[in-house]
Structure formats: structure tokens, C-alpha cells
Design a protein around this ligand. Structure first.
Ligand code: NAD
Length: 258
């Protein structure tokens, strides 16, 4: 088992990619702190039944400073240490550039950038204090590698994740803390239902059409599934990635060539 006894914090663990990665980490022996703004009972019960004392659930909003402190304190109180952060929670929104609003900007940057950064900082401080290294994985996106006419703010937030991943990797390398990112392509999760509905509105398409077209356009011929992300998330959390840092790995069926 690649994560035997490791303690991992995962944000956005109630849905999509976060939930799939949480299951994979638990299958690989990790003790997991599952964080989501959604109340725990909606998703945690089957995991608690299956993995019992290796699951600890924290309902928290990563845009709140006191919640970030509580996530770290709660993980340490419960499991005694932190080895891995899967920094995954994010939200999506889009609209034509000339209609972009201050409110949408503030909300997207609060979750996708500020929450992501300050949780990473708080966890990194604990890892530095432990003096035994650690692994941090930040969720970027193919949207962070290029702009999109209708998706300016979200693309910018994901470019920021990529940049913070590089800066943090350099700052934390002396402490043997590896900081890497993952850039998914198009993954069939609840987030994409929302994306599809917004494209339907702004591109005047029937519901479901955008999703079908982006799936067809992937070189490997389909949208990704949450399970398609779990291999990369496990690899980057494990000792197999000890000599890898400051990288953002595309997991996208060939959508982006780099
Ligand atoms: P999802 O919407 O299914 O899950 C996101 C989870 O984050 C939800 O459970 C939500 O409640 C939680 N969350 C939102 N705001 C939060 C907050 N303030 N505090 C705590 N939790 C919060 O999304 P997903 O598709 O599984 O996406 C996971 C990650 O992958 C995100 O960072 C997303 O940007 C990224 N990503 C997704 C895709 C895709 O096609 N689905 C593509 C590229 C990148």
C-alpha cells in the first residue's frame, strides 16, 4: 500500500474528483481528513462504514480564515500529523467578458485562489514543524494553461494555482515538501453539469450538447471520469514522486500537448 498510515487532507471531498481520490487514498492505507463546505452526512456515511477510524470529516469553507485554521487543528488533533494535502476544492462560473462582474471575480478568487493558497500555507507550516517532508497537490486545470472567451475569471484562477504551485515548490524544497499540480481536461463530474448548462445558455445550445462535443474532441475519445485522476493523485502523494516538484501534470486524454 502506497500511503500506509499517511495522513492526508482532501478538500472538495464530497463530490467528483475529490471523492474519487479520497477513496483511492483510503484504499492505499491512508488516514483521511475529508473537507467540504457541504454538510458531512450527505457523503461521508459509506466511507465511515467502510474505512471506520481512518476517516475524519470536517465541514468547512476554505474561504474562511478560521475554518482553514480549524481544518489543520482538527487533522492534527485527530491523527497527530499531516503528510499529504490534496488541495482540490474549487468552483466554476462563466459569462461573456463584457458582462463579467466584481462579485463573480471575488467569489471565484476567494475559493479557487485565496482558499487554495492559505490552506496550502497553513498545512505547509505544520509540515515544516514536523520536519519530515510532505506532499502537496494543487488542482489546476487545462483552463489554467490558456484563456477562454467566456471563461476569463475561472481560467485566471487556475493559472494562479499553477503559479503558486511553482513558487511554493521552490520555497518548500529545503524542507523536503514536494508541491505539484494536476491539470485535468474535461472530467464528467457534477461541476461539468453546471459548465454544460452555462455553455447552453451563452452559446444557445441544447443541454448536453457542449458536454458531448468536448468529449468527442478529446484525442483519447471521451471525457475523463473522476477515477481517471486517481492514479496521478496517488503517484504525486507517494514516495514514488520524491524527486518531482514544481510540476503540473496534465491528465486530460491528450487535450493539451506540452
Ligand atoms: P465538483 O464541483 O464535483 O466538486 C468540488 C467540491 O468542492 C464540491 O463538493 C464543493 O462543495 C466543494 N467546495 C466548493 N467550494 C468550497 C469551499 N469554499 N470550501 C470547501 N469546499 C468547497 O468539482 P470537480 O469537477 O470534482 O472538480 C475538482 C477540482 O478539479 C476543482 O479544483 C476543479 O476546478 C478541477 N477541475 C475539474 C475539471 C472538470 O472537468 N470537472 C477540469 C479541470 C479542473
Amino acid at each position: 500500500m502506497k500511503l500506509h498510515d499517511k495522513v492526508a487532507i482532501l478538500t472538495g471531498a464530497a463530490s467528483g474528483i475529490g471523492e474519487a481520490v479520497a477513496r483511492r487514498y483510503l484504499d492505499e492505507g491512508a488516514r483521511c481528513v475529508l473537507v467540504d463546505v457541504k454538510p458531512a452526512h450527505a457523503f461521508a456515511q459509506p466511507l465511515v462504514e467502510r474505512y471506520a477510524e481512518r476517516v475524519h470529516v470536517v465541514t468547512a469553507d476554505i474561504t474562511r480564515r478560521d475554518d482553514i485554521a480549524r481544518i489543520v487543528t482538527s487533522a492534527v488533533d485527530h491523527f497527530g500529523r499531516i503528510d499529504v494535502l490534496f488541495n482540490n476544492a474549487a468552483i466554476f462560473d462563466m459569462r461573456p467578458l463584457l458582462d463579467e462582474s466584481w462579485d463573480v471575480f471575488d467569489h471565484l478568487f476567494a475559493v479557487n485562489v485565496k482558499g487554495m493558497f492559505f490552506l496550502m500555507q497553513a498545512v505547509a507550516q505544520r509540515m515544516v514543524d514536523q520536519n519530515e517532508g510532505g506532499k502537496i497537490i494543487n488542482m489546476s486545470s487545462q483552463a489554467g494553461r490558456r484563456g477562454e472567451a467566456l471563461v476569463a475569471h475561472y481560467c485566471a484562477t487556475k493559472a494562479a494555482v499553477l503559479s503558486y504551485t511553482q513558487s511554493a515548490a521552490l520555497a518548500l524544497a529545503p524542507h523536503r515538501i514536494n508541491v505539484n499540480g494536476i491539470a485535468p481536461g474535461v472530467i464528467d463530474t457534477p461541476m461539468w453539469e453546471h459548465v454544460d448548462a452555462l455553455f447552453a445558455r451563452y452559446e444557445h445550445r441544447p443541454l448536453g450538447e457542449k458536454k458531448r462535443l468536448v468529449g468527442q474532441a478529446v484525442p483519447l475519445g471521451r471525457m475523463g471520469l473522476p477515477a481517471d485522476l486517481t492514479g496521478a493523485a496517488l503517484f504525486l502523494a507517494s514516495s514514488d514522486a520524491d524527486y518531482i516538484t514544481a510540476q503540473t501534470l496534465n491528465v486530460d486524454g491528450g487535450n493539451w500537448m506540452s
